[in-house]
Ligand binder design. Structure first.
Ligand code: GLU
Length: 447
């Protein structure tokens, strides 16, 4: 058996979106599983709509996902060039060859393929055998009157030249396939195996689009998703391993991948599921990996200091451990970690109104501050004991004091466990924040 050769052939008329990324990923997984070759070919024949910026956007998206190509832009290969716009002469020559052999003809300056009578069939790994009556296929243009080849001609000539053995692409291309199979036959080449992958739908069962949120892969990078989580999520969007497990590494997915596992039904994208995958992959990172993934984002937020990798590392690891159950993206970590790096700039308005607006509460919070200040030992147990004892003594709900302390510490109504957090903020940090809150909230209220 020849080594499989697969290609991803994006048109650089937009960024790499989720659907394209998943198509690339299925081709890549199959190539890697079979020890084959994965080719990247840029189909930039639509000069008006293609741009270098989009090409680099696509390369960046693939690289971010860890989808590397054996032949293509930047790496070259035996069938260069890998930009379709640089191969037009090959396509024109093929068109002339077909005319010369009577298989195509000129029509008002354009060249049309002469569709023979009969039926055209191919076997699709996802959908099974597919058959078209040639009567329904018009004699289609392969070279326009301005000598621009059409998509059908270019894609087939390039796939033949590049010895592509398997074409895995979106099932919006099924209706193009009989024309392409006819071209293969006319050009004397065996058609590749086809696998047409069902499209990705939004939760409303409509084709995934900007309406459903971000669609560019790099937008997810910006939002703090991990590439291995996105990879895992996309791989299982329309493909199943046959087991109930869902969390896989790249290598585990390669080891399991088959084209036959691709489902014929449309795959539905939903952000909650992606968040779940991301969270699972975040939880699997060890501390070094998590810190190095967060570092750039923390620096951008102004929180990074080198001691986090040195003297403060143990403290920082405890902070991260506290956030892990709730932070589902890298950005959520940065957002939730902020109270550990900066004092609150503002206090949740609803929280202030609910928990801090009475004179009684002002007195309770002042006593809480004094009780905390008097502690000999600063740990979760002593902090909790002090707060509960004070609540009992003053006849106030412990929950109200907890919310007041949470507001002081974070400015927010929601945070990780209060006492664990107070331990990590340290005595000076906590007392300072209680003072600051009392000043801010109550001086504003009385002035
Ligand atoms: N450039 C085409 C597209 O982006 C490629 C289709 C194919 O894989 O044949 O839709």
């Amino acid at each position: 058996m020849t080594t499989p050769r697969l290609r991803f052939a994006p048109s650089p008329t937009g960024y790499l979106h989720l659907g394209g990324a998943r198509t690339a990923l299925f081709n890549w997984l199959y190539a890697r599983r079979q020890g084959g070759t994965f080719i990247l070919r840029i189909e930039d024949t639509d000069a008006g709509r293609s741009s270098d910026e989009m090409v680099s956007g696509i390369l960046d998206g693939l690289r971010w996902l860890g989808i590397d190509w054996d032949e293509g832009p930047e790496v070259g290969g035996p069938h260069a060039p890998y930009f379709q716009s640089q191969r037009l002469d090959r396509h024109r020559a093929a068109a002339r060859d077909l005319v010369g052999r009577g298989l195509a003809y000129e029509d008002e300056g354009a060249i049309r393929f002469r569709v023979p009578a009969g039926r055209t069939t191919f076997v699709d790994s996802v959908h099974g055998p597919i058959e078209f009556d040639n009567e329904h296929i018009e004699s289609f243009v392969i070279l326009r009157s301005d000598t621009q080849p059409t998509y059908h001609l270019s894609v087939v000539v390039d796939d033949i030249d590049m010895r592509v053995t398997h074409v895995v692409r979106g099932d919006d291309h099924i209706s193009n396939t009989p024309k392409q199979v006819l071209l293969y036959q006319a050009l004397g080449a065996a058609p590749p195996a086809f696998a047409h992958v069902p499209l990705i739908m939004g939760p409303d069962k409509k084709r995934l689009s900007k309406r459903h949120g971000a669609t560019s892969v790099m937008e997810y990078e910006k939002q703090g998703y991990l590439p291995e989580a996105m990879f895992n999520f996309l791989a299982l969007l329309g493909w199943g391993t046959g087991s109930d497990d869902e969390i896989f590494t790249r290598d585990e997915l390669i080891a399991r991948f088959t084209l036959l596992g691709i489902s014929g039904g449309n795959a539905v994208f939903n952000t909650e599921k992606l968040d779940w995958f991301n969270h699972q992959h975040l939880l699997r990172l060890d501390n070094d990996a998590l810190i190095s993934r967060l570092r750039g984002r923390l620096a951008a937020a102004g929180y990074w200091r080198d001691a986090l990798d040195g003297a403060d590392r143990d403290w920082f690891i405890r902070v991260l451990a506290l956030l892990k159950p709730r932070a589902k993206t890298l950005n959520a970590f940065v957002e939730q970690v902020s109270p550990f790096f900066t004092e609150p700039l503002a206090y949740d308005g609803g929280g202030v109104k609910k928990h801090l607006s009475t004179a009684g509460m002002q007195a309770h919070v002042r006593s809480l501050r004094d009780a905390f200040a008097a502690l000999d030992v600063w740990n979760e147990a002593t902090l909790e004991q002090a707060l509960r004892a004070l609540a009992d003594a003053r006849g106030v709900k412990a929950g109200a004091l907890i919310q007041a302390a949470r507001l002081a510490a974070t400015g927010r109504m929601v945070s990780p466990g209060l006492f664990e957090m107070l331990v990590l903020l340290g005595r000076d940090g906590v007392l300072g924040r209680l003072d600051r809150m009392m000043e801010t909230v109550w001086s504003a209220a009385t002035s």
